[in-house]
Design a protein. Sequence first.
Lengths: 286, 86
Amino acid sequence: MSLLVKGGGITKLSELIIDADKAWAGMGISNIKEVAAAMAHGDVNYRGAAVLEKLTAGIAGQYAKTQGAGFPPIWDDMPGNRFDRLLFLTIPQPLLSLAVVEDHSGGGFTASPPTLVIPAPPSLSISELALFDQRYESGADGDLSIEGDNWEAQTFTTLQAHDVEIIEIQCRRVLLPGDVTVGIWATVADLPSGGDLTSVTFSGDDLSAADAWITRYVVASGLDAATKYAIVIRAPDGDGANYLVWRKDGTVPSYAGGSRCLSANGGVGWAENGNTDFMFREGEVL
Amino acid sequence: MGLLNCGGCLLIKLPGGITKLSELIIDADKAWAGMGISNIKEISLAMAHGDVPFRGTASMGRLPAGVAGNFLQTCGPGRDPWWGLY
């Protein structure tokens, strides 16, 4: 006679009854899907009222902000962060002059009385407010030249549907690069494609020879949300001695929405360089 | 499997249960029923002091500690957060 006795205990996590808090003795738990209910990509954790909870990913560009002990953190904007204020008020100082006309003809004094000249009041120029959708403006540690058939581009992925109307880049000129064109292109397989959706051409000879952010406005072109586009820049009249320089971050750049793309044949063929991002901003004018 | 002799009876004891966490087979998601897990070294791979856990593409990921003074910045749903400049 024999008896079959099944041993106790469990072998699987699914069989484990959770009946107590457990100190994990300093050991690690890794490769787990989530530590709070229903976490999704980009969420982070914080301790809630009773258990670990998730802070759902906010709007791109927002920062984590504490609300003090006992309250959950939130994603919030900072002044000058997502919403840029490009407000410049220019008031040229008028020149006052006193014109005195004298008559040295030897005859009687016939001069007109002195005239005080007051120029017309200067016009005031107030630039427009801009809301940037995508930007990468920190970590510049080098630059790349643009001339002739050597074109450069920065791809970016929109957050929201918007009309691109303003483009800003950090750049400088070397000697006289000639005309520079900045355009917005669509992309196919992460590379610029199809030519300008909108563009602006200006003289690169008038740019600063020192690194500076420049602002250029383009005819509004509608961009879809969550879609990759490219800022394509070329200076076809430039050469090896006269060219435009676009500032870049070539050391583990952190912009997640795109990368540098380059063309050596005037925009016909493109290659992506995922280790470099250019300094740029794009958005709409309010 | 163990064999035990109990007065003419032969008991066959099947192996069962585990005694070590390392022997536990992870075969399911598990809701922790509101109970706590504390004093754990990491919840994503190779975390270090100052790292922040976040939900990655398919599992928990870690954001390595940033440069002192940087701010934790969201890149929106579906993207990893990062340390940004203000």
